[in-house]
Ligand binder design. Structure first.
Ligand code: F6P
Ligand code: MG
Length: 454
């Protein structure tokens, strides 16, 4: 049940796998140690200090394993809901493998699981998030784009009464296409690539204006936006009208996801949105429950933007209040299945997490956000760029009950599929003219698979 192409591995020097395993991951871990040290220096209780020092020691061991390319050992039983899944996968497929010769996707996920283990076996620091400061800080430095969106969307979405049904549908279509792009490009600001971003860098990644969107659509190399709208416009008629977001990053990306989800609810296109997040810190900036709650509460009660005007703050508060109400009314539901924090690709979702597969199969549309989810959908393997999306995602497209799936992803790693029949030539040309095109986040794909009824 595997695709016919080889998965990327850390020793593949031509791929981003190598740079990631060799230098990005140790850098990220080093920064995490700095964060915990800062927390340590703020503590007073001896018990807590001693417990935290032990966490730091374990992080040191992980650093030694990672930089010394040690063999992947089983995960310690820390009572986490995913530990059995992890150790089953290690025992079954990766006995004797090390960080460099195990598939990149697995080895990278394993590193985040080991990082979690440094804290999950402690007494006081089980839920400590080494990336939390960074996540909050980057959102606070995203003021321009945050207020641009809040001021536009605080007022509930309404179409002029006098419009004909055709005019209304056209206005909805345009809004849908714009917000799908807002949601898509929100993915370019993940923190694992952009540690220490300047305010200017953040700004240039986050401009959300209309002209800008017309220009950026050219950079969507595999573009199923039209097909996505054809599907979404019919959701209104469905009894359920449920859309699921498999979330990626916290802060600005999550904020964009929520603006998009808000439109889907207000327009009546969807009746319920289910958001799927991670149970613990994952790939630096991925959304956890705490990040979700932080965003909603900071919007309503926070004082994160000292330079903002009263009107700007008011718009953010109104938006936040509406979103919190959706949660109270059950229109928005936040979930965190253990499977999302494992090393499995989504080729194994139906077999390793059948309950989750069944749950997703009841959705009318499952939107996967970001690069990592895309790697997981496609098995992170060297499939040609012309490979149709449905073929590249295997069982998530063709297993009985596979839902309609959309992947909204800015391209930040090697695997690229769904570029159409001339996709291989397009990719070859970019390889020549822009060698870093697969990791810059400048290009994107919006790909849709129609699924298969159960
Ligand atoms: O490190 C692997 C990777 O998938 C990168 O390609 C990407 O920069 C990062 O992880 C996470 O990206 P995203 O937050 O979009 O999943
Ligand atoms: Mg991420």
């Amino acid at each position: 049940n595997n695709p016919p192409w080889p998965a990327y591995r850390g020793y593949h020097e031509y791929s981003f796998a190598h740079a990631t395993m060799q230098s990005r991951l140790p850098t990220i871990l080093g920064k995490a140690i700095e964060d915990v040290t800062r927390t340590l220096n703020e503590q007073s209780s001896e018990e807590r200090v001693v417990d935290l020092v032990q966490c730091i020691d374990r992080m040191g061991e992980l650093m030694t394993d990672l930089s010394g390319n040690a063999k992947l050992r089983p995960i310690i039983d820390d009572d986490e809901a995913d530990v059995a899944l992890w150790n089953k996968e290690i025992a079954k497929y990766f006995q004797g493998k090390d960080f460099m010769n195990a598939p990149w996707l697995f080895a990278e996920a394993y590193k985040y699981r080991r990082l979690h283990e440094c804290f999950s076996v402690s007494k006081f620091w089980r839920d400590y998030d080494v990336f939390y400061r960074q996540k909050c800080d980057t959102f606070s430095r995203s003021a321009d784009a945050v207020f641009e969106l809040s001021q536009r969307f605080a007022e509930p979405f309404k179409l002029p009464e006098e419009d004909t049904p055709e005019q209304k549908l056209e206005a909805e279509r345009l809004m849908f296409l714009e917000l799908t792009q807002v949601c898509l490009w929100g993915n370019s600001t993940d923190l694992s690539l952009l540690i220490n971003m300047t305010e200017e860098q953040i700004k240039s990644l986050q401009s959300t204006g209309g002209d800008h969107l017309a220009a950026t659509e050219k950079n969507i190399l595999g573009n199923h936006l039209g097909k996505l709208w054809e599907h979404v416009k019919n959701l209104r008629e469905k009894t359920g009208g449920r859309v699921d977001f498999v979330l990626d990053n916290a802060g600005f990306e999550l904020y964009c996801d929520c603006v998009y989800a808000d439109f889907l609810i207000q327009s009546g296109l969807a009746k319920q949105i289910r958001f799927h997040g991670k149970r613990y810190p994952w790939f630096v900036s991925d959304v956890t429950k705490k990040d979700w709650e932080w965003l909603m509460n900071i919007m309503v009660y926070g004082a994160l933007f000292p330079k903002a005007t009263d009107a700007e703050l008011e718009s953010l508060r109104r938006l936040g209040e509406r979103w919190k109400n959706y949660e109270k009314e059950g229109k928005w539901v936040y979930e965190q299945h253990p499977f999302w924090c494992t090393g499995y690709t989504f080729w194994d979702l139906h077999s390793e997490a059948p309950d989750l597969f069944l749950h997703l199969s009841r959705s009318d549309l499952v939107i996967f956000k970001g690069d990592l989810n895309h790697r997981k959908l496609t098995y992170d393997c060297a499939a040609p760029a012309s490979t149709p999306f449905e073929v590249a995602i295997g069982p998530m497209a063709n297993a009985a009950g596979a839902p309609v799936v959309a992947s909204l992803r800015t391209i930040k790693s090697d695997v690229v599929v769904g570029l159409g029949t001339d996709g291989d030539e397009i990719a070859e040309k970019l390889d020549e003219s822009e060698p870093g095109w697969k990791i810059s986040g400048k290009y994107a794909v919006v790909l849709v698979s129609e699924g298969r009824p159960g």
